[in-house]
Structures are given as structure tokens and as C-alpha cells.
Design a protein around this ligand. Structure first.
Ligand code: 5RP
Length: 260
């Protein structure tokens, strides 16, 4: 691997583990609850994040150029939650703009099994072709649109493996039962997304802990942090699971102490 590629990956995954903070949801959901003013939402959270997953529009409008948290640029889109088909995505951002923004990585969604499977797999493959030339890692995002019930080990193993085969350096997928099967079939590191907000913080700590124990290298988890009434406490507790191998009980303690 070339120095630039390795350097970018090391900035995002400092100790072999990582906690990415995604705030890209507006690219198809509009002003998602608690992300109406992204700059204000992320300010107290960034010190605990290893990377910020964000579109170029929000990056330029809401994040200071002096910010030191590595950026993962969301570069796919072209659909909305009220449109016909969330899977009908294209790559939205030119390689020139990716380079200009000095990002650590880019992220693109792939919708396996959808009507636009071929197009979204080719979005990933073509992006890898362009980004490899400049040493920029590509994170593939396994996206299921509105069909959240698809998320089982058989389906997610298929998705993650295809993304790795196309050249993704990291694959973001959902946690599921028997998560080790997903990790075992994927030759590149896997990170877990959070999905829609769940009822209790302990539930989040449990699936995150299980996913890490079964081989995920980290998280790309948003709504269960920034839609929570105590987002900083959530960041601290999740960070401890990811980077310090904290147990679920230790994470609960960190959360309770930090929320004040
Ligand atoms: C949405 C995404 C998010 O980055 C991903 O789903 C993680 O966020 P959350 O934990 O809120 O599901 O790709 O566009």
C-alpha cells in the first residue's frame, strides 16, 4: 500500500479500531431531527470521534477548515426519502473536489439486491478506480433503504464481501445476530452502523459490544448518539467499548457518570 493511502487509513483507524461519527443523513432525509444545525450538534462530539462522515455541502458550510478530525466524505446521492427509490444513487462529487477538500476517505452506498444493484456496485468500483490513483481509501456503505428487515448475517455477508471484492478498504454494515459470519467472509475491516434510534442506551452498548467482540473494528454510528439526550456521554461510553474493550456494564457506568 502506498504511503498516502496508509497514512490516511492510520489517521482514521489509529489503534486498529475506530469510531466514525456520521452526520450525512440529510443527503436524502433533509434536516433530520437534531441535525437541523449540524455544526452545533457536532461541536461537543468531535473530540471523541476518529472521523466525521459528512457531505461536501455540510462540510463547507458547517465545519471549520481548522478542524483536525479526519473527514470521510459522503460522495453518493441523488435520491430523497419521498422519491421513488432510495437505491437509485450516483456518485455526486468529482475526484477534483475530493482532493480539494483534503479528505481522509470517501464513502459510497451500495444497495445489493435492489433494482439499482448494478449501478451502485459500479459507483463503488469506479470510485475505487479514481481514488486509488490518489491514495484515497473508499468506505462502502451497505444500504438497505427502507427495508431494514433485510439485515441478517446471510444477506450482510453477501453485501460486505461484494464491496470488498470491488476494492473498498473498509465496509460499513449493520450489526446482526451471528455477526462473526459477516466479518469472516469479508477480507477487509468492517464497521457497524447504528440504524434508527433504539429505546435504551444499554441496547446500543450491547449490540456494539457484541459486534466488536465478533470482529468489527469499530463504528460508524450517528442517530443513537446525536439524537440521544446525552450525546457526549454516549460518545464517551461507546468510545470506551471500541478503544478500551470496556464491557457493557463499564460502558453503562461511564455513561451514567458522564451524563451528570
Ligand atoms: C446514512 C448513513 C449513515 O452514515 C449510517 O447509516 C450510520 O448512521 P446511523 O447510525 O444513524 O444509522 O449511511 O446515510
Amino acid at each position: 500500500m502506498d504511503w498516502g493511502m496508509e497514512n490516511r487509513l492510520a489517521s482514521l483507524i489509529p489503534d486498529g479500531r475506530c469510531f466514525f461519527l456520521p452526520i450525512d443523513h440529510g443527503y436524502f432525509l433533509g434536516p433530520t431531527r437534531k441535525l437541523e444545525k449540524p455544526g452545533e450538534t457536532i461541536k461537543p462530539l468531535l473530540p471523541y470521534a476518529d472521523g466525521l462522515f459528512v457531505t461536501r455541502g455540510v462540510l463547507r458550510a458547517c465545519v471549520e477548515p481548522t478542524e483536525q478530525t479526519p473527514i470521510i466524505l459522503r460522495v453518493s446521492g441523488g435520491t430523497s426519502v419521498i422519491g421513488k427509490d432510495l437505491s437509485h444513487e450516483a456518485v455526486t462529487t468529482s475526484i477534483d473536489d475530493i482532493i480539494r477538500l483534503n479528505v481522509a476517505a470517501v464513502g459510497v452506498s451500495v444497495f445489493i439486491g435492489s433494482d439499482y444493484e448494478h449501478e451502485t456496485i459500479m459507483n463503488l468500483a469506479n470510485l475505487v478506480n479514481e481514488c486509488e490513483r490518489y491514495g484515497i481509501p473508499v468506505m462502502a456503505v451497505n444500504a438497505v433503504g427502507k427495508e431494514l428487515e433485510k439485515r441478517d448475517a446471510r444477506y450482510l455477508s453477501l453485501c460486505t464481501r461484494i464491496c470488498a471484492e470491488m476494492g473498498a478498504k473498509v465496509v460499513k454494515t449493520y450489526w446482526c445476530e451471528d455477526f462473526e459470519k459477516v466479518v469472516e467472509g469479508c477480507p477487509v475491516p468492517v464497521v457497524i452502523a447504528g440504524g434508527p434510534k433504539v429505546d435504551s442506551e444499554k441496547e446500543v452498548f450491547e449490540f456494539v459490544h457484541d459486534g466488536i467482540e465478533r470482529g468489527a473494528i469499530g463504528l460508524n454510528l450517528g442517530r443513537n448518539v446525536w439524537q440521544h439526550p446525552h450525546p457526549v456521554a454516549m460518545m464517551k461510553a461507546l468510545r470506551a467499548i471500541v478503544h478500551d474493550d470496556a464491557t457493557v456494564e463499564e460502558a453503562v457506568d461511564i455513561f451514567e457518570t458522564s451524563k451528570g
